[in-house]
Design a protein around this ligand. Structure first.
Ligand code: ADP
Ligand code: MG
Length: 697
């Protein structure tokens, strides 16, 4: 059966080599199967017709019906075009074509009744429709509830007459042959229990729905199937991993007791205790831990990581912590050194700027095992860095690291697989986490340390800048420090740097008595660090910066975050930036500055920030605004190549699919029973992913 669906698309009647090359290139359609899976992305209710006399340029795409007249070419050379009038009892409108004139002209018939579909625009004093979709009127057009599928296409395809409607025609033709050959791809017991449409029916109604209710059922069925197989694949890997990757069990607790009872400067939150327990269970188990630790900015992930390192060190192994930037690595190093010193443990830092001689000693201490903890940037991954016995690798702010880099950490221990803890402050919505990290265990710190006052967030227009300056003066008088952040993106780097510089100068003018720091990515790393350090030591009161300060920087005395051109930042970034304040005991503020003119989406982002401090709520809005493909770190994952499901909409369905996949695997882990034959066949058909999911954190 598969043979038929693998037939090259050029063998479909009406396609041929030229169109097939374009379909390959533009839509990734190579085979019959690919075309069938090119589902419509929306449907239009084509039962309603606009009166031609009511048309105006403000309307979106409209459908009209009328008699075609005066078909003729006008103008010459580059201005040559084909024009016609379409008239009903209320008026007439001009239809025009600039391309493919000959072909259109040959097909159209003056005097016949047509249905036209397109966007009215104004040309001089008249309304016209350029390149409308046109079809001879048939009684079928008035059939109740008729939904016209709309397919993605491209300008190049349209120029070859493969517009949405033409693709629909190809589908219709292909489906007459294909439908009888479509085999059921879910087990019958699932179809019965969940009252799903059959695969064959679903494919038919997704392309040519009989009515809304059939369309909904078809969608539900195809989405369920898609999500079910994604989850099945991830869960199977998870099972496989538990079997295949043993690690050394760690259960030593004497360091922890000493640290916890004598040195820890605060009480752990319940959420911190809970995740520490979850991590311990993994470390003790004898199987490799692959755990994602999610926790909002400031929730106290670092100390959790440290406490976990203590078990491993107590058991005679070493621990490493990898951070995305030097600034962050240094901050971790300074913070953790304080703890480590108290316990008599050795700790070192390794970054790109570590001197050769220091590096050489460090490599030796690592190999001998006299160095317990190594903090660093991706410099940790370089080949000369070899541990005597790496027991735990912690990765902070995971989204900055590539998949391959993470996998490399695994090779740092030749005797057993090191445990891996990935920490992220990017609040990934549950639905997405389940898909992206479906094979990882997830722990969540869902509570902030006590005594933190929620950050107050406001939106101010640029015209109110003087008031904002007044507020800043007041805060500085009270001893606080302030961040001012400017956007900087590659495409507009020059302009952005200029804005930053202008902003810096205007701050110097407005605050002549106040020491001010400036930090941006184009500075030398030594200069950057110097300025950073001055701010950390409170020698400077205002820090003007780009997003280099986004991740991890911890200055508890800084209580005001001002974000310039806030509309240009994404929600995740705004949330990260805001998280730089609110770390001390004082009331903190976040001021989002914008022009009066901002896009609707920009406004939604600002309003969301003003409304809530909850990272997960923000992540959900973000997902809805941007769609999952754009979320940080998800692009290269491959799991998100979903045909029909939309993780921002289909969270509930995803949960159902995951539960079902779980229970199927529970009853039949190897998928050997006759009832699961359909699953077995489908799994065998799935292309082997070139990412080895079990081997990446
Ligand atoms: P993040 O999760 O963003 O990495 P950090 O680990 O940097 O957060 O912690 C933020 C601050 O909160 C640090 O100064 C840390 O010492 C402090 N902290 C962590 N846990 C607690 C706690 N249970 N009680 C009080 N302060 C805490
Ligand atoms: Mg952190």
């Amino acid at each position: 059966m598969r043979g038929f669906f693998d037939t090259k698309i050029e063998f479909l009647k009406g396609v041929g080599p030229q169109k097939s090359a374009l379909l390959n290139k533009e839509l990734n359609i190579f085979t019959f199967g690919d075309l069938i899976q090119h589902y419509p992305f929306r449907y239009e209710d084509r039962t309603k017709f606009f009166k031609i006399g009511d048309l105006h340029e403000g309307l979106p795409n409209v459908q009209i019906r009328g008699t075609l007249k005066h078909l003729e070419t006008v103008g010459s050379g580059r201005k040559k075009r084909l024009a016609a009038q379409l008239s009903d009892e209320t008026g007439s409108v001009e239809l025009v074509w600039f391309k493919g004139i000959k072909w259109v002209q040959k097909k159209l018939q003056s005097g016949a009744e047509y249905v036209a579909f397109g966007k009215p625009s104004r040309y001089g004093r008249k309304i016209n429709i350029a390149h409308p979709e046109l079809e001879v009127f048939t009684p079928g057009h008035q059939q109740e509830g008729y939904l016209q599928p709309v397919y993605h296409t491209s300008e190049k395809l349209k120029a070859r007459f493969l517009d949405s409607r033409a693709i629909g025609k190809l589908q219709k033709q292909l489906l007459t042959q294909a439908l009888p050959k479509i085999a059921e791809s879910l087990p019958v017991y699932l179809i019965d229990r969940l009252a799903l449409m059959s695969k064959r029916q679903a494919v038919q109604h997704i392309h040519f729905p009989k009515d809304q209710s059939h369309l909904q059922k078809a969608r539900w069925r195809l989405k369920f199937e898609e999500l079910f197989y994604v989850q099945l694949r991830l869960l199977k890997l998870k099972l496989a991993r538990v079997d295949k990757f043993p690690s050394r069990p760690f259960q030593e607790t004497s360091f922890i007791h000493e640290f916890y009872h004598h040195h820890l400067p605060f009480e752990l939150t319940n959420a911190q205790k809970k995740v520490i327990k979850e991590i311990y269970r993994d470390l003790r188990s004898g199987n490799q831990m692959n755990r994602l630790l999610q926790g909002d900015v400031g929730s106290g992930k670092t100390v959790v990581a440290f406490i976990c390192m203590l078990t491993v060190i107590g058991g005679g192994s070493q621990a490493a912590l990898m951070a995305p930037t030097e600034i962050l690595a240094e901050q971790h190093y300074r913070g953790l050194k304080e703890y480590a010193d108290k316990l008599g443990l050795t700790i070192a830092i390794l970054t790109g700027s570590t001197k050769k001689s220091v590096r050489r000693d460090l490599h030796q201490e690592l190999e001998e095992g006299s160095l317990h903890i190594l903090i660093g940037t991706h410099a940790l991954l370089e080949d000369p860095v070899q541990f005597k016995s790496l027991g735990l690798a912690v990765i902070d702010e995971q989204h900055r690291f590539g998949v391959a880099q993470r996998a490399k950490l695994w090779s740092k221990n030749r005797d057993f697989y090191p445990h891996v803890l990935v920490m992220t402050a990017t609040p990934i919505p549950r639905t997405l986490a389940m898909t992206l990290y479906g094979d990882l265990d997830v722990s969540v710190i869902d509570e902030l340390p006590p005594g933190r006052k929620p950050i107050e967030t406001v939106h101010r227009y640029d015209s109110n800048r003087l008031k904002v300056f007044g507020f800043m003066k007041d805060q500085i008088k009270q001893g606080r420090q302030i961040y001012i952040v400017y956007p900087l993106i590659e495409e507009s780097e020059k302009m952005d740097l200029k804005h930053l510089q202008d902003g810096y100068e205007s701050i110097l003018r407005a605050f002549p008595q106040v020491p001010v720091s400036i930090v941006h990515g184009k500075m030398k790393s030594a200069d950057k660090d110097y300025e950073m350090q001055r701010f950390v030591r409170a020698e400077t009161k205002i820090m003007v910066a780009t997003t280099v300060i986004e991740v991890g920087v911890n200055v508890p005395n800084a209580s005001v975050m001002i974000i310039e051109n806030a509309e240009r930042f994404g929600l995740a970034q705004l949330h990260q930036l805001r998280g730089r304040v609110g770390r001390g005991a004082d009331q903190s503020y976040c001021i989002l500055m914008t022009d009066y003119k901002i896009s609707k989406e920009g406004r939604t982002r600002i309003q969301t920030m003003v409304r809530t401090n909850n990272g997960f709520e923000i992540a959900d809005v973000d997902l809805k605004l941007r769609g999952p493909g754009d979320l940080m770190g998800t692009q290269q994952s491959g799991v998100l190549d979903l045909l029909i499901s939309d993780l921002s909409q289909d969270g509930k369905l995803l949960q159902v699919a995951r539960q079902e996949a779980q229970s199927v695997l529970q009853d039949d882990p190897q998928l050997m029973t006759p009832e699961n034959e359909n699953i077995r066949r489908q799994v065998a058909l799935q292309p082997k992913s070139n990412i080895n999911w079990s081997r990446i954190s």
